[in-house]
Design a protein around this ligand. Structure first.
Ligand code: SF4
Length: 216
């Protein structure tokens, strides 16, 4: 398996935001999103035992397998070892790959972030994160029939193009589009935290950086 990095941090997004976790970032992805900000191309070869050993050096109960695209490399032995070590196993995926049943059975939480309106192939979605790009709202419409197991775990995530002006306009369009989006996106987190978008848009004199974009 090719692993880009293993590190200990807080989950910054979604249902488990604020939860201490060990992140295993796998190298490689089957998509080439033009807004991808993740360095996942480099990495080193590690066995399942080495990954589990490294994860065991950190104190967190939660382990988040991310990427890149983790589903391209996950194996039942790796997942089984993590579960036997008492870990709560999450994955973060673009949803394009259907998991083997013996892999899926060991995963406690699946966060899916579909790209370009692609309907997920993965067999289970516990949490759905849909990227909002003001120039491609058709992607959200296309995903209207896709549901997470819990409607409360649906979030619209503003696309970060590493361009402060574009990001500010995008946030404002997301705020404006909110009522219409509620028709296709049940209980979006943006609806429950409307001030988040307004606060950022109102801060005209402030540089809107990547950290701010991850707040929603
Ligand atoms: S799916 Fe995620 S990791 Fe893969 S290219 Fe797109 S943004 Fe990057």
């Amino acid at each position: 398996m090719t692993v880009n990095e293993i590190f200990y941090s807080l989950q910054g997004e979604g249902r488990f935001a604020g939860t201490p976790a060990t992140f295993v970032r796998f190298s490689g992805c089957n998509l080439r999103c033009d807004f991808c900000d993740t360095d996942h191309q480099s990495g080193r070869e590690m066995t399942e035992d080495e990954i589990v050993g490294c994860v065991g050096e950190f104190p967190s109960e939660h382990v988040i397998l991310t990427g890149g695209e983790p589903t391209l490399q996950l194996t039942a032995p790796l997942l089984g070892q993590l579960k036997r070590a008492g870990k709560i196993v999450h994955i973060e995926t673009n949803g394009t790959v259907r998991l083997a049943d013996d892999v899926a059975a060991h995963i406690d939480w699946i966060t899916v972030s579909p790209k370009f309106g692609m309907i997920p192939e993965i067999q289970r979605i516990d949490e759905l994160k849909v990227v909002f790009d003001m120039n491609h709202t058709e992607h959200i419409d296309r995903l209207a029939g896709v549901r997470a197991t819990d409607d409360q775990c649906y979030s619209l995530q503003p696309c970060d193009r590493n361009d402060a002006l574009y990001n500010a306009r995008n946030l404002y369009r997301l705020y404006q589009a909110q009522p219409a989006l509620e028709a296709v996106a049940p209980a979006p987190q943006t609806a429950r935290h409307p001030l988040t978008a307004r606060r950022l848009v109102d801060a005209r004199n402030k540089t809107i950086g990547r950290d701010d974009m991850l707040v929603v």
